[in-house]
Design a binder for this molecule. Structure first.
Ligand code: GAP
Length: 512
């Protein structure tokens, strides 16, 4: 895995991600996607949409507006409960999330445990049994107990909204500000994460609008519209991809935590009482979706929530091993009938489903799957980007930077390269092939620099195949196709090229 700093500069250098409004020194935690970035992001969205909507008879899509009636957010609980605990350091004037400071304290203890384990591993070699060592080593047992106590107390304080206890914990654990090194903290207070703005023709509180902090509510308020217009029967789902906005207190780690981001969410409406069975179903289905992209199983894991959101009766994260450790990539939440019931109450409109099999009406329960598109992008880039030793044109060892993305999501599928730039026969044959392939795949034509350098440029953006047009092409209509990962080159007839790629680079190849 590439070092995180290098990954960020690679993303900029190769047109994946730029800081927003960079000429004005950027805007904190807001980013723009460049030419290769937008292709990769669109491919991720397309894979999600096709596998969730097209592959399920009982899931349909919508595209709801970002602005919604302000009562939506009262009903959903976001006005009252979508808060993070905020604390300022009076010396550095930096803001922190109190819960993250406390989690950081627990992570430091964890790091000590890991250090002891690594030492023991070196000492005992192959005979080392980590599970046994964890279960019997006194120091590790004590440290693990300490971590559990810290996290349980944190979960309790978060659940009950006990800001005083969060402050007490920061003091007891003697947590210092990473910037100033001081323990001069303000009180901890709740901070609502929703951005707001004003509707043009209404003044004051009445006209206060929120930028949606999740796409899910656009689905809930449209439940009856969609169910009636599509005549779907429970169980059925509604899917949506769209922007969401959160005024995150601490937004670091590149596109992992942004203030403007994109979500891909699906709400699955079910009969009350069947939620645990559907919860298990969607947990497995979503994990398989990730694995189909070739992500190693060791980099994905489930993490059950200790601290349930106000709407959930069960929740799990699919975590991915980012360069900064295992973190949430996707959430699967059993949301009960919380949202639909709340909207029913606040709108005064009946939101119920008549179940013809049970011959009764009820407010459906919901299991949702929710994944951040940008986080998925970061997971894919960090999984794929690597430096490796390969032989150069003279057979000498050289280092190449290569992005081993699954071909179906790679921004460019095929690069067409005439061997020489100043041989008209070669460039016109290459242009003709490029024109033929561009209708089917996102292709690039590149004639600048030596062929080795052009291969390296394509490796760096993850192009799975490079086609070279050389003098033999002019004689027998064949081309060489170079495979990004194996570096093998095969000779193919020009008219076989399209079919050769078709199955390998299409999103459909992931769906079967
Ligand atoms: N509707 C449920 C919901 O919004 P969430 O766990 O708050 O649940 C779902 O968010 C997903 O959205 C997360 O797993 C993450 O991938 C993504 N996400 C949340 N906040 C984000 C942020 N500030 N920047 C980027 N992605 C974010």
């Amino acid at each position: 895995m590439m070092d995180f700093k290098n990954l960020i500069s690679h993303c900029k250098e190769y047109g994946f991600i730029f800081p927003s409004s960079e000429i004005y020194d950027g805007l904190s935690a807001v980013y723009d996607y460049g030419p290769n970035g937008v292709e990769l992001k669109n491919n991720i969205k397309s894979y999600w949409w096709k596998s969730m909507v097209q592959m399920h008879k009982n899931i349909v899509g919508i595209d709801a507006a970002i602005f919604m009636h302000p009562k939506t957010w009262k009903a959903s609980g976001h006005v009252d409960a979508f808060n993070d605990p905020l604390v300022d350091n009076k010396d550095s004037k930096k803001r922190y999330r109190a819960d993250q400071l406390i989690e950081g304290y627990a992570e430091k203890i964890e790091a000590k445990i890991n250090k002891d384990i690594e030492k023991a591993r070196t000492r005992f070699g192959d005979a080392f049994d980590e599970a046994q060592f964890r279960a019997t080593n006194e120091r590790i047992i004590e440290r693990q107990k300490e971590i559990d106590a810290v996290l349980n107390r944190l979960a309790d304080a978060m659940k009950t909204g006990n800001m005083d206890d969060l402050k007490a914990q920061i003091e007891e654990y003697e947590i210092v500000c990473p910037e100033s090194g001081s323990r001069n903290w303000t009180e901890v207070r709740q901070f609502n994460l929703m951005f707001n703005t004003q509707l043009g023709n209404i003044a004051g509180e009445e006209g206060k609008l929120y930028l949606r902090p999740e796409t899910a509510q656009g689905i809930f308020v449209n439940f009856l519209n969609v169910q009636k217009s599509t005549r779907q029967k429970v169980p059925f789902g509604i899917a949506q991809i769209g922007k969401a906005f959160r005024n995150e207190i601490v937004a670091r780690q590149f596109i992992f935590r942004m203030r403007e981001f994109e979500q891909m969410e699906m709400q699955f409406f079910i009969q009350p009482g069947t939620e645990m069975q559907w919860y298990e179903y969607w947990k497995e289905t979503r994990l398989q979706w990730h694995k189909a992209l070739g992500t190693d199983s060791s980099k994905l894991r489930f993490h059950d929530h200790n601290n349930l959101a106000h709407y959930a009766n069960a929740a799990v994260d699919i975590e991915f091993e980012f360069p900064f450790g295992f973190k949430e990539l996707e959430g699967i939440h059993s949301r009960t009938d919380f949202d639909l019931s709340q909207h029913q109450e606040l709108s005064g409109k009946k939101i119920q489903y008549f179940d013809p099999e049970l011959n009764e009406s009820y407010v459906p329960y919901v299991v949702e799957t929710s994944i951040g598109c940008d986080r998925m992008f970061l997971a894919m880039i960090s999984n794929a980007l690597q430096e490796e030793n390969v032989p150069d044109a003279d057979g000498q060892d050289s280092v190449r930077t290569v992005m081993k993305l699954h071909p179906a999501i790679a921004p460019v599928k095929v690069a067409v390269l005439p061997l020489l730039k100043n041989k008209e026969e070669l460039t016109s044959a290459a242009t003709a092939l490029y024109d033929q392939l561009k209708v089917h795949f996102n292709c690039q034509y590149d004639e600048k620099d030596a062929i080795g350098r052009r291969y390296r440029r394509q490796d760096a953006i993850g192009t799975p195949y490079c086609i070279t047009i050389d003098f033999e092409t002019l004689e027998n209509n064949t081309v060489t196709v170079r495979d990004r990962d194996s570096l093998e080159q095969v000779r193919l007839k020009i008219d076989e090229v399209k079919n050769f790629f078709q199955d390998k680079v299409s999103i459909e190849s992931l769906l079967v």
